[in-house]
Design a protein around this ligand. Sequence first.
Ligand code: TEU
Length: 535
Amino acid sequence: ASTADWWRSAAVYQIYVRSFADGDGDGTGDLAGVRAHLPHLAELGVDALWFTPWYLSPLADGGYDVADYRTIDPAFGTLAEAEKLIGEARESGIRTIVDIVPNHVSDQHPWFRAALAAGPGSPERELFHFRPGRGANGELPPNDWPSEFPGAPAWTRVPDGEWYLHLFTPQQPDLNWAHPAVRREHEDVLRFWFERGVAGVRIDSAALLAKDPALPDFVEGRDPHPFVDREELHDIYRSWRAIADEYGGIYVGEVWLPDRDRFTRYLRPDELHTAFNFDFLSRRWDAAELRRSIDATLADHAPVGAPATWVLCNHDVTRTVTRYGRADADTGFAFEAKRFGVPSDPALGTRRARAAALLTLALPGAVYLYQGEELGLPEATPPLDRIQDPMHFRSGGTDPGRDGCRVPLPWSAAAPHHGFGTRAPAEPWLPQPDGWGRYAADVQATDPTSMLTLYREALRLRRTEPRLGDGPMRWLAAPDGVLAFARGGDGGLVCVVNLDAEPVELPPHAAKLLTSGPLAGDGGLPRDTAVWLRL
Ligand code: TEU
């Protein structure tokens, strides 16, 4: 792939800044922590870093509540430091992707504060969705839309009696995307970050933004939907694409849409470059099911010319090892399973996560990794009184929320708090569970059987092996419960994954490039194990 096409085959590493590494000793991860660990990322061999929002924010939703899109939150660092980090990463061959949150702002954003102060009927309120309530005294929300976080309507009433719309928490008022000032502002913000050398932008909640101006009640199955996947979005993304093209930058959309045909419309050549494919998150560890998912994904992407992407984890879902460690019936359905705390076998989960890593890294397209996946971290269960995720509060405390995958990383087994602080050790903002040191990067770096070593070797092969990344693949005949496919033509690279069968025989003359776990005594590939072969 040419350098302009880097994103088509990239391995992108997601950094949840507040939990990655703490450089200034206040217990919160920051840019200094990331800079200190750039050697880890370079040695891991990823092509780009995606930073979850690092902007000024009251952190009501971990930074997805932005008070100023042009300022780095002082807890994380400064703009000058972000620019330095972008440059240093680039020197190590690593590109930077920033996260833009266009659907909503923080209630501390100057626009929202001005709208509150200016009162009903003011032009300031037109930047948001303010409405009078229903009921005799306006005591009922303007419509019946639910918010994304459980347990509450998408409306909050302000002291003067009007209500404002927020599809997420009340601290995240939705912008009015029909207003030209909202569009202009975000176009400026995109330019601001491209000017600072970022290679790409992740677009948060990219299928939201536009709303039916009549704000009608929600009717199941009505098309168009009043606030998801509306036609107006495509015009917005076309104008954004023109901006990215000026800079050679790319977009990766967070487009949560179950309908694949609707999803790939966002990937037309003049819209977003690529989008997360979340399909594996709701798939069981089952060969037939994963094969169907892979085929459908590739078939849907091909006509628009966009590469597929593969996602096993992110900051919103149960960590891979824990998900795959659950009894078969519960391995998928990340969101429901997380809510009900289904038990998980860490050894089984780790074996499958290792095999899944080799599977996704061998599939055509780009791969998005979430920090700690390379360490094989399981989902943690932080004490409920330490959880900060609004999902937890909005559920009335019944849902532990998403903080279990956001626990500060262990870097050094023997150091206080396992080296989360790169200089001064301070109590991390979320406690690390007992035994977290066993996953520390320093112990894994010298262990040939560790998850870190597996990821390093797989990513090294991915960088040197032109057949991996975007391009054609071909299924090979395999027993039930086994996936086998080839990349490239004769003498190509073959990936075999045994999900659920007795040990399978491997071709006798194939060179084993990498295996996710030990082979059986007779050289067969055991259940829950993957191998890369060269024929
Ligand atoms: O997530 C968008 C989104 O739709 C989430 O509600 C997702 O469905 C949920 O987290 C799954 O458990 C993005 C961010 O990734 C998330 O962290 C933010 O909370 C959300 O937007 C609001 O900005």
